[in-house]
Design a protein around this ligand. Structure first.
Ligand SMILES: *Cc1c(COP(=O)(O)O)cnc(C)c1O
Length: 400
């Protein structure tokens, strides 16, 4: 399969009836190298953000050796794509069968938990047939932290409360040689202070439990760039995390981990859609809430857009999108800024969809097919290019 130069070349060549996902391996490679070289510890990749085997391969080749998997299906597919990768089962609620299969068939040793019940489940599922306990478990206790600096909260579902953490840390310590603490500040954290607050909580938990901690995992949440969401440089996040990590009461050789999803793959993909109908300032496009634009519909995420036709002359107008299914909820309010004379038949590129975009596609209502091609041009915005381009006038992008 040959590469295309950019989205315009793709529509000229394919005139696609269905949405097309444009992948940029060079952008994912750059993000992976950035984390591997600059994060002051180990960078895992959180597979759920985009489980594409091609992407996993790019990350592996660029130095990402450890992968955060959350289901047995992610364990299997990551092992299939990357036979040598280290897999870490980071979902705090797993089935006994999934734990058993991961441990015995896929060599997974690292498991997260946030309750005494999950600890018991992990111990039982990894014990030998004669009842002997596993001796090589690496356990992480997930602490509940605030999501107040993040665009998408992950604070309500998982993580043990600080007040209850000490007994769980002490219990876990008795069953493993290597004990870690992890948390997740929520996705798209817009301030490094999110990690300061969380690490303060880690410090309090460790102090109260008085156990030796071998590893601290600051989770995901590292931001990407979207219209209206211009985060500080990732280097600022890394510097603050390093400083607060070093001040923790932990083993002298304790490791620091992070597990970005979004930041490692947001720039990997964009999407070409076609306008099928226009009604005033509403554009009916061929992808939507049940496709790669789940976040645009459900949490009003404003992805950058660019019209791909050369003959559009009118000033920009604010548009909303309808997706292709028959459901009223298949609606993305935007606003998305596009030339005022855009019309049915015109193509649009929607950027920064490598994370939680392609991964969310369903086949609902018979829509969901999308060809994938590789393009050579730059993503609409990048945190990793050194010459960070500001997104122009909210969500218009004009780099070409
Ligand atoms: C989703 C998730 C991540 C990745 O989060 P991002 O915000 O995409 O960086 C990392 N760790 C865990 C446990 C997760 O559930």
């Amino acid at each position: 399969m040959h590469n295309h130069p950019d989205a315009k070349a793709v529509i000229r060549t394919l005139a696609p009836d269905e949405p097309v996902i444009l992948n940029r391996p060079h952008a994912a490679a750059r993000a992976a190298r950035f984390f591997v070289e600059k994060f002051p510890g180990r960078s895992l990749y959180a597979v759920k953000a985009n489980p594409s085997p091609e992407l996993l391969q790019v990350l592996w080749v660029n130095g990402v050796t450890h992968y955060d998997v959350a289901s047995i299906a992610e364990v299997r597919l990551t092992r299939q794509a990357l036979p040598e990768a280290e897999l870490c089962f980071m979902h705090p609620v797993k089935t006994a069968r999934a734990i058993r299969e991961a441990y015995f068939e896929y060599g997974v040793k690292t498991f997260t938990l946030d309750t005494p019940e999950e600890l018991e489940k992990i111990l039982a599922a990894t014990a030998a047939e004669n009842g002997e306990a596993a001796e090589d478990l690496r356990l992480l206790v997930r602490l509940r932290v605030s999501s107040e600096y993040s665009e998408l909260s992950l604070a309500s579902k998982f993580g043990i409360e600080l007040a209850d953490a000490a007994p769980l840390l002490q219990a876990a310590r008795q069953h493993c040689d290597w004990l870690g603490v992890c948390f997740h500040v929520g996705s798209q954290a817009m301030s490094p202070f999110a990690y300061v607050q969380a690490l303060d909580r880690v410090r309090a938990a460790i102090a109260e439990a008085s156990v030796v901690i071998d590893m601290v995992d600051v989770g995901g949440g590292f931001p990407s760039v979207y219209p209206g969401m211009e985060p500080p440089p990732l280097e600022d996040f890394f510097a603050i995390i390093a400083k607060h990590f070093e001040a923790l009461p932990i083993a002298y050789n304790a490791e620091l981990w992070c597990e970005p999803g979004r930041a490692m793959c947001a720039e990997y993909s964009s999407l070409i859609v076609r306008v099928e109908k226009r009604r005033d300032t509403e554009l009916y496009i061929n992808d939507g809430a049940y496709g790669a634009l789940f976040d645009a519909a459900h949490v009003d995420w404003r992805f950058p857009v660019a019209a791909l036709e050369d003959d559009l002359r009118d000033p920009l107008l604010e548009f909303a999108f309808y997706g292709p299914t028959c459901d009223d909820a298949d609606y993305m309010k935007g606003p998305f800024l596009l030339p005022g004379d855009i019309r049915a038949g015109d193509y649009i590129e929607i950027g920064m969809l490598g994370a939680y975009g392609a991964a969310m596609k369903t086949g609902f209502n018979g829509f969901g097919d999308a060809e994938q091609v590789v393009v050579d041009d730059e993503p609409m915005a990048s945190l990793y290019r050194g010459d960070r381009q500001r997104l122009e006038s909210d969500n218009v992008v004009n780099l070409r």
